[in-house]
Design a protein around this ligand. Structure first.
Ligand SMILES: Nc1ncnc2c1ncn2[C@@H]1O[C@H](COP(=O)(O)OP(=O)(O)OP(=O)(O)O)[C@@H](O)[C@H]1O
Ligand SMILES: [Mg+2]
Ligand SMILES: [Mg+2]
Length: 547
């Protein structure tokens, strides 16, 4: 590796540093963001045109494959390593170096293709896509243009819609193809010295480019599709899917047209690095194009970037004309062959040296959509709760572990998990795996509540205390703080009498038929006894005293 570092630094000396001119990013006219406030609504609703303009969205997603080494070299893949420390001769494009395909990357692409219902091409091809940029030392990227590894898939995604946002809306987006390709290096712009520095650590890292058909109509759908894809990739372990670290990069192609007419000219908003920004960038772009068309203008086919500060998309300098990538077959790589099953392996080829589709299929884990359906069916929980459980890493496992250890109804347990647990996790900005209260400890606490040893409000109090004092059980806290349920009839009678005597108006209301007021008296009794009074007994006593 030391030798490769030298190679990389020598290469750096040879690179002409590219001056970076801020001024080259021409800002477009500012468009009032107030118009965008309601941008999750179909854009056309706001227009008075007879035929409404609707948005059309197609995504290209670059997913960094989880692999220890790069796509065609043995260099390590690591985020935040010192610049140019993970660069082999091949990554730096030294003459005479040859690519060696990483089997793990192929398996990851096949697995992702299968999870997205794609057809896996038994034979796929590598091509060179030429463009000239300092962070692409070879002057071309090895990709799969003519025949990618997986084609014709579909991603089913859902989101909560409807007035109360509790209705599950299920949609499909078609996957045109998944291709294997190399990542480029990184250009670091040094504004102070007006220069650009190159870090080749990322050069040659394996990517899957997923190309979606233009099936979506706005930011909300695109955001839901990317979130679903992120969950699928994470479940498969083929990509960690962290957008802020650039493991998942989304380019949004956006156009507007009138229903029934041919698709409009698209713009491409590049490298969006958060799902929230993706939705905002798309909705802004649809609105901007709608304005252009309604004013009688034409949309320019251009590449744009999203500026998260202003909430606007701005034109980018590159790709001004139509780019000619001068695609050509990669001469140093033979066709990539994968096999359907062990029976189709040619004689003399060992199954563990080949990529066998059937074996990968058998190893597919439970995917998020299936998980949600199973949770709703098995536990009778609401669909929106199944979303919460699956969206938060480890939360479903936590819920199911609690369910296994308690007799409490799922309906009640889900409340505990999605309100109490998630509430504290958010408050402390931590993840389920760092929860100081284990599923077993929560289940034990819930059992105490179920058995009538503590009231539900005390259970919540104890849960907070368990959170603050990790390792202490609920039972210990209840004993130490004397939080057990008060069922001593004489004591309850005394407190109830005191409350009844001091609230004559409420008693009068109950006696004249307003039974709901009894709840207020119950609350007052609980307050006196710090939430520890046995609610069943208290109700009986109060009913007797107010009859
Ligand atoms: N009229 C349109 N409106 C919105 N999206 C579109 C439209 N036409 C095509 N798209 C989308 O544009 C994307 C085209 O991606 P593709 O990788 O094929 O080509 P590219 O963007 O020209 O190449 P590159 O990979 O260099 O960016 C697809 O996601 C497709 O769904
Ligand atoms: Mg593309
Ligand atoms: Mg593109």
């Amino acid at each position: 590796m030391a030798a490769s570092c030298i190679a990389a630094s020598e290469l750096l000396h040879n690179i002409k540093l590219i001056p970076y001119h801020k001024a080259s990013c021409v800002l477009i006219r500012r468009i009032s963001t107030s118009k965008l406030k309601c941008s999750s609504q179909p854009v056309a609703e706001a227009t008075s045109a007879p035929q409404q303009l609707v948005g059309v969205v197609g995504l290209e997603i670059h997913a960094q494959i989880s692999s220890n080494t790069k796509l065609f070299s043995g260099s390590s893949v690591q985020f935040l390593a010192p610049p140019n420390s993970l660069v082999s001769f091949f990554d730096a494009s030294l003459p005479g170096t040859l690519p060696v395909l990483n089997r793990r990357c192929v398996e990851a692409a096949v697995m992702t293709g299968l999870a997205l219902n794609c057809t896996i091409n038994k034979k796929s091809l590598f091509d060179r896509k030429h463009y000239f940029y300092a962070d692409l030392p070879a002057g071309y990227q090895i990709t799969q243009q003519r025949r990618p590894v997986a084609v014709d898939g579909v991603l089913t995604y859902s989101f909560l819609g409807g007035k109360k946002r509790n209705q599950v809306i299920r949609k499909n987006v078609h996957i045109k193809q998944i291709q294997l390709e190399q990542d480029s290096g990184k250009s670091l712009h040094d504004d102070v010295n007006n220069q650009t520095l190159i870090d080749l650590n990322r050069a040659g890292v394996g990517l899957m480019e997923l190309v979606m058909e233009p099936d979506m109509s706005g930011g909300e759908e695109a955001a839901a599709a990317v979130r679903e894809l992120q969950l699928i990739l994470q479940a498969l372990g083929t990509c960690q899917g962290n957008m802020s670290e650039g493991q998942l990069r989304v380019d949004a192609n956006v156009s507007v047209h009138r229903a029934g007419e041919p698709l409009g000219v698209r713009t491409e908003v590049k490298n969006i690095n958060s799902i929230r920004f993706l939705a905002k960038a798309i909705d802004f772009e649809i609105q901007r194009q709608t304005d252009v068309v309604q004013r009688g203008g034409t949309v320019k086919n251009e590449t744009r970037a999203y500026d998260s500060k202003s909430g606007e998309t701005v034109p980018m300098r590159d790709k001004e004309g139509l780019q000619d990538y001068r695609f050509m077959p990669e001469p140093n790589l033979p066709p990539l062959i994968v096999f359907e099953d062990n029976a189709s392996l040619p004689a003399g080829i060992d199954a563990c040296q080949a990529v066998v589709v059937q074996t990968i299929k058998e190893g597919l884990p439970e995917l998020p959509g299936i998980k949600r359906d199973r949770l709703v069916q098995a536990y009778g929980i609401l669909p929106e709760h199944s979303f919460t459980l699956v969206n938060e890493d480890g939360l479903m496992e936590y819920f199911e572990a609690v369910m296994r250890a308690t007799k409490m109804e799922p309906r009640k347990v889900i409340g505990w998990v999605t309100n109490e647990l998630v509430g504290l996790l958010k408050q402390q900005n931590t993840s389920v795996s760092h929860s100081p209260v284990t599923p077993a400890a929560l289940a034990e606490l819930l059992e105490l509540q179920e058995a009538g040893h503590i009231s539900s409000s005390v259970a919540k109090q104890v849960f907070q205390e368990m959170w603050r004092s990790p390792g202490k059980t609920g039972a210990e806290i209840i004993r130490e703080q004397d939080l057990g349920l008060v069922s001593d009839a004489a004591k309850l009678h005394r407190v109830c009498q005191k409350v009844v005597d001091s609230h004559p108006d409420e008693v009068c209301a109950i006696r004249s038929g307003n039974k709901k007021v009894l709840n207020r008296l119950m609350g007052l009794v609980q307050k006196e006894l710090k939430g520890r009074a046995d609610p069943v007994l208290v109700r009986e006593i109060l009913q007797e005293k107010t009859s």
